[in-house]
Design a binder for this molecule. Structure first.
Ligand code: PMP
Length: 433
């Protein structure tokens, strides 16, 4: 794509300095210099509506979080080897979101990958086993151990011999089958297959809205059978809340709460500090006891005073701005608006999600539900040029992944729906050329 001389020069400078492993979004990459609410602003002052970045879940540079960070960074920035009240306040506040469970402690990391890495270490120590069950296009992180159970990384990473994949619960592709039943049977079959190879399960880990698999929250409660199966086989259930956590589902603070069950470990990250690198785990006594007895845990930057202050401000803001309820209302408006476009656009096969998570599955044939990757990619890039930022996911790369900040307004929803309407029309006529 023609990106102009200045952008081309920045891209080649970046390639030279950062090397070949990094990727940019969009055919015409963005050079963003400022963020404000749901908006990102580029080096030429152009504004883009960001409906993709679920880290800055309260909106970019939320004043309350900025203020908390500034105050704390000017006072004390240090680690968990000193007593400090803010980390304890954060633990009390997060544990208060799961009062009726056995989740008893908070442990902090800097990234979601580290949280899942630590969850797996703990699960191995607790169970004495190594097997892992994940969904077939899941992403759980970049470390050596976690990349081996992150199949969305594709052929670049070998999944471990101790890893088994199960399909995510897609109602759109289920032809009326009972998703709970099917998921339970798939998990049981994975456990049996591990056993045939002399491996027992340490854990079943799922992103509780199955984001990378295509935004597939499934019916509430459907996970219970699979969780019972992993427990029966001696493994732990780990809820990866890095994407669904902190109110995005519009129903509860955590995605697993839709299923009325208690995970042994809950991992969280992305929106936890609204941009500050803070992530962590809630763990039961049972999950952490042996690990805690045999190992020390120290992570230089994790749980630092500044990140903890940001995370407390995030919790305050979710409460004070009533963002969980807002996510439900605005999320419904967004889904209904996009679903109404299906009358005009044959490419829309399915519109689904929960709260501020929306997946729009684009197909080349509604009968066969054939994935339309080319149209999806065109729509993403056309929207970028129109000033609306989102991306795609799922095995067929044919699902528009929409995760706006929880503060998105009703007027901004209208802009998104109109943008998708126009982009689909343009993408189809470009495809017909
Ligand atoms: N789990 C899930 C479900 C994620 O989406 C991600 C990041 N996309 C991670 C874990 C890893 O988090 P991080 O990038 O902070 O390491």
């Amino acid at each position: 794509a023609d990106v102009g001389a200045e952008t081309a020069a920045t891209i080649s400078r970046r390639d030279r300095l950062l090397g070949p492993a990094y990727r940019l979004m969009y055919e015409r990459p963005l050079h963003i210099v400022k963020g404000e609410g749901a908006w990102l602003i580029d080096s030429e002052g152009r504004r883009f509506l960001d409906i993709y970045n679920n880290v800055t879940s309260l909106g970019h540079c939320h004043p309350r979080v900025v203020e908390a960070i500034c105050r704390q960074v000017a006072t004390l920035a240090t680690n968990t080897r000193y007593l400090h009240d803010t980390i304890l306040e954060l633990a009390e506040r997060l544990l208060a979101t799961v009062p009726e469970t056995e989740l008893a402690h908070l442990m902090l990391t800097c990234t979601g990958s580290e949280a899942n890495d630590l969850a797996y270490r703990m699960a191995k120590v607790r169970t004495g086993e190594t097997g892992i069950i994940v969904t077939e296009t899941a992403y759980h992180g970049f470390t050596d151990a976690v990349s081996q159970f992150s199949p969305s990384l594709g052929v670049s990473v070998d999944l471990g011999a101790h890893v088994r994949l199960v399909p995510a619960p897609s109602a759109y592709h289920a032809d009326g089958a009972d998703l709970a039943d099917r998921f339970t049977r798939d998990v049981e079959a994975a456990i049996a297959d591990l056993k045939r190879h002399g491996i027992k399960p340490a854990m079943l880990i799922v992103d509780t809205v199955f984001t990378s698999d295509g935004v597939l929250p499934g019916p509430s409660g459907f996970l219970a059978g699979a969780v019972a199966a992993i427990h029966k086989a001696g493994g732990l259930f780990v809820a990866d809340e890095v994407q669904p956590g902190f109110g995005r589902t519009g129903e509860h603070m955590w995605g697993f709460q839709r299923h009325r069950l208690t995970p042994d470990i809950v991992t969280m990250g992305k929106p936890m500090g609204n941009g500050q690198p803070i992530a962590g785990l809630l763990v039961t006594n049972d999950a952490v006891a042996r690990f805690g007895r045999d190992s020390r845990y120290f992570n230089t930057f994790a749980g630092n005073t500044v990140s903890c202050a940001a995370a407390v401000a995030v919790l305050d803001t979710i409460e004070q701005e009533k963002l969980i309820a807002h996510a439900a209302t605005i999320g419904d408006q967004l889904r209904d608006g996009i679903a109404a476009l299906a009358d005009r656009h044959e490419a829309i096969g399915d519109v689904r999600g929960v709260g501020m998570f929306v997946g729009v599955e684009l197909v080349s044939n509604r009968e066969t539900r054939e994935p339309d990757r080319a149209t999806t990619s065109r729509v993403v890039n056309i929207l970028r040029d129109k000033g609306i930022l989102l991306s795609a996911c799922a095995k067929g790369h044919n699902v528009l992944k929409i995760r706006p900040p929880l503060v998105l307004s009703s007027e901004q929803v209208d802009m998104v729906v109109q943008g998708i309407d126009e982009a689909l029309a343009e993408a189809m006529s470009a495809g017909a050329d």
